[in-house]
Design a protein around this ligand. Structure first.
Ligand code: ATP
Length: 351
């Protein structure tokens, strides 16, 4: 199965071509970089408008090259042409991020995906962006039924498969983890995205006291962020604030991940989302898993940050399960929760 994936929920205008026969994932992305502050939804949508056609064309070009073989080969067989006389589509389906995400961005991507599916005459697959963050870890790890920690910009939650759905076991009570970090770095005057800058500064830091808020399976970042800004304003070295932010925020995520493993009885954990690129977070999760004899997997960075590769990979699984979308039912959903998705591609598994 060969699927073209399109991603554009927030900052990454991205297209990918996935071939399940070879497991090859080709990704072409174009990141939106705000001139100042955080992500402005209208500017991000304009970026999607400009960049999506370009990245899609590059991914389709790759699909055509790998589909038709090198130019020296004989032309495609007549059988490979559709009845209209057109050359057969280089992909079997077009998959796109339906949500969650910024409405103006999602609408641009939805329109592009519908138009492409129609012009290539292939089915459309609507992918939940958060489930894609999770499934790419399951795919690249080969784990059977892992617990997943999604640590991305706009989200932070623990998911596990149960009764045909990915259930949310625990989640942030306020902002996503990356957005929380980015708010602190905006306060400090650093450019977006802030996560990598906090990671670099934390290397030279020492611990100062900051709040640590875990309530059962849920956690909160708002108190720690206000306190971090206050500490900075009070003159505490920014390196110390960054170090302590990482220790507490990632400590909270690690604690809840451990609780999720213990609750589900699973001995596999996968990490998803852009904050998963952080080496300190990965080290904490790895150590926790090692201590309890569980296996830990973090996909390579290109699959952690927003990318269309994860959309194409899950899109292929959904397409193979017959989980396609009629054009008239393909509206985007900015608040699309992962537990709203019937998991059709694992239907053969017992709950
Ligand atoms: P979502 O997937 O929830 O829609 P998103 O679209 O904002 O989130 P992601 O690519 O998953 O996108 O994550 C982006 C976030 O990851 C940003 O907030 C950024 O600061 C953060 N981030 C990137 N690299 C690092 C890092 N090394 N350490 C910590 N955070 C990081």
């Amino acid at each position: 199965t060969r699927v073209l994936g399109i991603e554009g929920t927030a900052w990454a205008a991205s297209a990918a071509c996935y071939d399940s026969g070879t497991d090859d994932v080709f990704i072409e992305s174009d990141a939106y970089q705000p001139d100042s502050g955080g992500i402005h939804p209208r500017e991000a949508a304009e970026h999607m408008h400009d960049a999506i056609p370009r990245v899609v064309e590059t991914a389709l070009e790759h699909a055509r090259e790998t589909h038709d073989g090198p130019e020296t080969e004989p032309p495609v067989d007549v059988d490979e042409r559709s009845s209209s006389g057109q050359q057969a589509a280089p992909v079997d389906a077009v998959a796109f991020s339906r949500g969650p995400g910024l409405g103006p961005c999602l609408r641009v991507v939805g329109t592009a995906a519908r138009a492409l599916a129609q012009s290539l005459d292939v089915p459309l697959v609507g992918v939940n962006h958060m489930v894609a963050h999770l499934e790419i870890g399951r795919h690249t790890s080969g784990f059977d039924s892992p617990v997943c920690l999604n640590a991305s910009g706009a989200n932070a939650h623990l998911l596990a498969y149960r009764n045909g759905r990915y259930q949310v076991l625990g989640e942030t009570m306020d902002t996503g983890v990356g957005n929380a970090i980015d708010k602190f770095t905006r306060h400090v005057g650093w450019s977006h995205p802030g996560g990598p800058k906090v990671e670099a500064a934390a290397e030279d830091g020492e611990y100062v006291d900051l709040p640590y808020v875990v309530k059962g399976m849920d956690f909160s970042f708002s108190g720690i962020m206000s306190a971090a800004k206050q500490r900075y304003d009070d003159g505490v070295p920014v390196e110390d604030v960054c170090y302590s932010l990482q220790e507490n925020i990632f400590g909270m995520l690690t604690e809840v991940s451990e609780r999720a493993l213990s609750l589900t009885g699973s001995d596999e954990l996968v990490l998803g989302g852009g904050v998963g690129q952080n080496a300190r977070l990965r080290a904490m999760l790895e150590e926790m898993c090692a201590q309890r004899g569980a296996r830990f997997h973090a996909p390579e960075p290109r699959f952690l940050r927003d990318n269309a590769g994860m959309i194409a990979v899950l899109g292929a699984k959904m397409y193979d399960a017959g989980d396609t979308l009629a054009l008239e039912e393909s509206r985007v959903n900015p608040d699309f929760r992962p537990d709203q998705v019937p998991v059709t591609w694992r239907a053969d598994e017992s709950d």
